[in-house]
Design a binder for this molecule. Sequence first.
Ligand SMILES: [Zn+2]
Length: 220
Amino acid sequence: MSLAIQDLLEQDDFADRCVRMETPSAEKSKPTGPVDHTAIRQAVRQILRAVGENPDREGLLETPRRVAKMYEEMFAGLHLDPGRHLDVTFEENYDEIVLVRDIEFTSMCEHHLLPFRGVAHVAYIPNGRVTGLSKLARVVEEVSRRPQVQERMTKTIADLIEDRLGTSAVGVIVKAEHSCMSMRGIRKQGSMTVTSAMRGTFRKDAASRSELLALINGQG
Ligand SMILES: [Zn+2]
């Protein structure tokens, strides 16, 4: 027995295999706090080895650490409530469209863990209360910093604005290029995916929707 353990200890991937042997309990797999750098570093070493690389090669030595840092940044939104940016509102007697367009974002497609990048146009018609314009950009930023699909991202942004600003008139349009489509698979570069969530007036009233689309396209 002890000989077998000694053998295991001498294998350089022992630590990695310990990680693999850990049974993730429901409690453990739930993200509760900051990113676990050690686990990411071990996983990246395993991936490098699995594709036929030597993770101890000089050029790759720092790669696991860099990837862990990058994932911490790309997935920071998992640990934040993006809706909190909309908690402070101001009373304002304005009931026309408020639109912040071309909010740039980079998110990570949850199917391939590859980035998708683009812009979000976020609009609402205030129901007596408005929020700071930069807060809408912050909501987009934080919602995008999670493993995402563009459809859910679009809906989440609309839901947050509808809930927190107490208005049913919300329009969100997201346009993005997905690396998983441009650099692998069908390799279609430059193709854009467009998703939209139209609520309340923007959904029911064609004139309001046209006005919004004209503003987004710069014809307003
Ligand atoms: Zn993908």
